[in-house]
Design a protein around this ligand. Structure first.
Ligand code: ZN
Length: 256
């Protein structure tokens, strides 16, 4: 019975939103709650992993993030960008305006536009509220169990699921890969931000080719961002639509 009440409460207070690419979304968690959870997780990660002091890596990552955020209509000064000294090629962005990039990802990218592609993809997940949507879907599936937990500020297993939902599965041991729908949407948004910021959107598909070929086992990034088999092909086609935008905005790219 408590679950039923929680579920009814959830449905009463959730909002039906529209994603940046026009999809209908169920968003059941308040934006402030998502931001709070994202910020807490980020603080935890800064304690767990070594923050890189490499000046060049930090400068490049911050510069690219700022350009992309501006292109996405954000105020970059309201975002925190941290480079982690980690060999695994990984990157993530969290609600609460947080971006984390591993040095392994910086090393893997062959140029700055490719690094911009990864960061743009991650910003896309956040600005399209994918974490909130995933938590909301889980709430419905679990009959409000998670809703109750989140409403009460619950810890433990449920907060782990929330972390997995925002894309931190690998770090916290609960893998919940983004769906194809979310991956494709983040890919498209990433390409749009790249082009508007003056970075060649055609580098996005090239980055995914490199990522697919990196090492024997798939990189950590691919475990939470599964590669739809058609990704490289559709990204090539999709990026073509934005080549003119990119050419018109080349002067905006501050980090090349
Ligand atoms: Zn992704």
């Amino acid at each position: 019975m408590p679950y039923l009440i929680a579920l009814l409460t959830l449905l009463l207070f959730s909002s039906c939103a529209t994603s940046p690419t026009g999809r209908k979304q169920l968003l059941a968690v308040s934006e402030s709650k998502m931001s709070q959870m994202g910020a807490q997780s980020f603080d935890q990660l800064k304690k767990q992993m070594k923050v890189s002091q490499d000046a060049k890596a930090n400068q490049t990552t911050k510069c690219l993030s700022y350009d992309l955020l501006k292109a996405a209509g954000q105020n970059p000064t309201e975002w925190e960008v941290v480079v982690f000294n980690e060999k695994s090629p990984n990157a993530f962005a969290l609600p609460g305006n947080k971006i984390g990039v591993h040095t392994g990802m910086i090393d893997l990218a062959q140029n700055k536009a490719q690094l911009a592609a990864v960061i743009g993809h991650e910003i896309g997940h956040v600005l399209a509220n994918h974490g909130n949507e995933r938590v909301s879907q889980n709430m419905v599936v679990q009959g409000g169990l998670m809703a109750t937990s989140i409403a009460l500020g619950g810890e433990s297993k449920n907060s782990q699921l929330v972390l997995a939902a925002v894309g931190l599965g690998a770090q916290f041991g609960v893998l919940m890969p983004f769906s194809r729908k979310h991956e494709t949407e983040a890919d498209k948004l990433g390409v749009q931000y790249m082009a508007a910021a003056g970075y060649d959107p055609r580098e996005a598909s090239r980055l995914w080719v490199i990522m697919g070929g990196a090492g024997q086992s798939p990189p950590e990034f691919l475990s939470t961002h599964p590669s739809p088999s058609s990704r490289v092909q559709y990204l090539q086609t999709y990026a073509q639509k934005y080549v003119t935008t990119y050419e018109n905005n080349r002067s905006k790219a501050k980090c090349l």
